[in-house]
Design a protein. Structure first.
Length: 223
């Protein structure tokens, strides 16, 4: 669980860094998308990533079932919040399913219109507004997706759930591997909050910036 979680956090940091490029240069972002298209190394990376996600989900469900089995059928009324126990730590599975739902929407909005199209031998994608774009034109897909207000709301809710998931998951990863102790426990919790916040803010910045650009263009003021 910890190893797969660490792997997914590293991917999020990579994906975050890649997406930030789109804010400053659409051409540079499209070049990255072309580099990570239906090439053998990108396909191999996609399979490894999918395996990591699958392992993480399976272990999350298995551990939750094991914990419930260990508690048995008896449930105790909770009258006080345990010290040091966060809300996210008690709701990791629920948060995980929200994150998974957002991931499926993200795959539909981007992967199915980019790498999957290339795998299937396609060279263009027709958007719902009638525009025809290349599967490597990631900046156009971002602009189109976040030009829809409902996707902006969905993605921000998804990213908020991801933030909660990571604030517990990052430090728990270190604790599970035995790195936490009395000295490093509070430091790791602080690091977890910082990492989760950076990931949230950077991804959210892409969503908000492209929404504002779409809103500005609709008003005749393109930025």
């Amino acid at each position: 669980m910890s190893i797969s979680g660490c792997f997914l956090i590293l991917f999020l940091l990579f994906h975050m860094s890649m997406n930030i490029v789109a804010i400053f240069s659409g051409e540079a972002y499209d070049a990255i998308c072309a580099f990570l298209g239906a090439n053998w190394y990108a396909l191999a990376g996609t399979l490894v990533l999918a395996a990591g996600v699958l392992v993480h989900i399976i272990y999350a469900i298995w551990l939750t079932l094991q914990n419930r089995k260990a508690r048995g059928n008896v449930r105790y009324a909770v009258t006080a919040q345990e010290e040091g126990v966060s809300w996210s730590s008690k709701n990791m599975l629920v948060l995980g399913f929200i994150v998974l739902g957002g991931l499926l929407i993200h795959l539909w909005n981007f992967w199915s219109k980019m790498q999957l199209v290339e795998i299937m031998g396609g060279h263009e994608v027709t958007l719902c507004n009638g525009d025809i774009v290349s599967p490597t034109d990631g900046s156009a897909l971002i602009q189109y997706t976040f030009g829809q207000w409902y996707f902006v709301v969905i993605y921000l809710v998804w990213l908020a759930a991801l933030w909660f998931h990571l604030t517990h998951g990052v430090w728990s990863m270190f604790q599970t591997t035995g790195w936490a102790n009395a000295l490093w426990y509070p430091r790791l919790k602080c690091i977890a909050n910082i990492v989760a916040t950076i990931i949230f803010l950077c991804f959210a910045a892409v969503v908000v910036v492209f929404f504002l650009r779409s809103f500005g263009c609709a008003s005749g003021i393109c930025i």
